[in-house]
Design a protein around this ligand. Sequence first.
Ligand code: WT7
Length: 653
Amino acid sequence: MSDRSSGQIDTVMIEKRLFPPSDDFASRAAIGSPEAYQALYDAAQADPEAFWAKLAKEELHWFEPFTKALEWEPPFAKWFIGGKTNVSYNCLDAHLQTERRTKPAIVWEGEPGDERTLTYEQLHAEVCKFANVLRSLGIGQGDVVSIYMPMTPELAIAMLACARVGAVHSVIFAGFSAEAIADRNNDAQAKLQLTSDGAWRRGKVLPLKETVDEALAKSPTVEKCVVLRRVENDVAMQEGRDFWWHELMEQASADCPAEPVDSENTLFILYTSGSTGKPKGIRHTSAGYNLYAKKTFEWVFDYRDDDIFWCTADCGWITGHSYIVYGPLSAGATVLMYEGAPNFPAEDRFWEIVEKYRVNVLYTAPTAIRAFIKWGDDHVDKHDLSSLRLLGTVGEGINPEAWMWYHKKIGGERCPIVDTWWQTETGGIMMSPLPGAIPTKPGSCTKPLPGVIPSIVDEALEEVPADHGGMLCIAHPWPGMLRGIWRDDARYSEQYWTKVPGKYLTGDNARCDGDGYYWIMGRIDDVINVSGHRLSTIEVESALVSHDRVAEAAAVGRPDELKGQAIAVFVTIKGDAEPTEELRQELRAHVRKEIGALASPDDIRFTAALPKTRSGKIMRRLLRDIAAGKEAAGDTSTLEDFSVLAKLRQNDE
Ligand code: WT7
């Protein structure tokens, strides 16, 4: 156990299970042994610049070659100096002279069950047409296009068309409010808005255009708006400002050569709320991001040309940017894109889709996996999932028992699981097993990818020894890293580069075990301090989830006179049965047995649902306030379902 002053995090969870890939999987994998991974990792570590420069030359198209791999003036990095490329070219044109020309690029299923497939050639034509539409509306290099659209192929087309003309896209998840859109539009100084008449959500129409009208009334920099027809509802079109997507496309030519842009041309900004509330526009640029998304996609998903790859994220998040659009398409993959909810018309929709399209690789979030567990195995059992060969997770830590369920129930014990740790800021996956090479441990994101140099430090900025938790940093720039916060260099320096000088501060805690495996321990701000022992939320939560009746759990600290903090946990149970006092006692005993008395919860509260962000992350910050008996004070604009908070407060009485 660590002493109080060092700021190290204690670990109470010991997970010993180890799952090597099958011989069959490993023998067919591009990187098929621990030695092959290590060789690649060592080469990158010995000379990261040379490593990435070689890949950049091989993997991207250059209208003009770059002269230098990296210019690093901390905290500002530039990659592939002087080069000119185009991300849309790398995703589309690059495949047109190959046999991938007629291969499906996007296979799409709408929520109502409609289907569309776009081959690389067809997608290229649509993107060229829409790029010409953008030009006709006065959009060129450096202009910001705000995109608020449902998960249709046109959303990807819009992103790629922006890239084609050198414009900057800012995708806003189509569940955010008018206020949130206006804030982001104003911060970004967006010039053009893209939206649709509406979106399908659980069989109902979300009136996106109405929300956009309200947002545009407060977005003075936005001059025009293009509206995709998706749900055929009535919408008001403002003469001179609003245009129908299909009308503009009818007149557009499919001839639009990709504009050569500088390696460091901004490709997109993507707003994340951060813990303080005010959204920050994370800025990513062209060549480095593109290379990083492509290579990490190929490495982590052990990409094979005949795979059907399904990432269930929305393009409103970085996961959709990097692993629906830019990574897979530059690798020439076939991606499945699904528009709707996982429980419409029933809780087996995902498994129906896996069966119908013979999906090979499924990449989803722990929040979804916990929902599937809660909904029950019957929904899974109805479907043939034998096409799956690889599973992935992202967004939060996965509790080992949820991992085991995913492994057995979805993966049929034959599919490796890649638990991928990364952030909006990192542009692509930073730590993950390479599935043919690295045996997995449930709950660990295993090892850093080639070129990623992690460093875990305590408050004194000393590297911590094995099995001690501390602040996770990255010690060397990588091509996919954010280049800044849009129009706020001071905040960028302050947030990521000041506390630990010279290293990128991720904001997460982690520990590395004796085998060199990394375990993410949650956000630095979420640490629970019990009598001087600093505990990670995920370990307490995982101990709860390992009880058969628990579906989901969130642990937070609440003030305690004696111990500094006491542990309060919020628990959701499986199925419909009512929780009892007996269950509460049982859970307390269970946690004590699993991880010890120190980490045993003081308060256990049952709840039907936990407050989450729109991307499915548990909002512990709000639970902390509730546990302390305070009004949830901080920013709630990213909260997915407000009624959850109200119910939690009621339970309080
Ligand atoms: C934060 C980043 C990465 C794209 C989607 C989320 C948490 C993410 C894992 C994982 C444990 C994880 C971290 C990270 N996180 N993946 N595999 N294990 N924690 O992007 O919204 O920028 O969130 O999500 O806390 O810092 P994001």
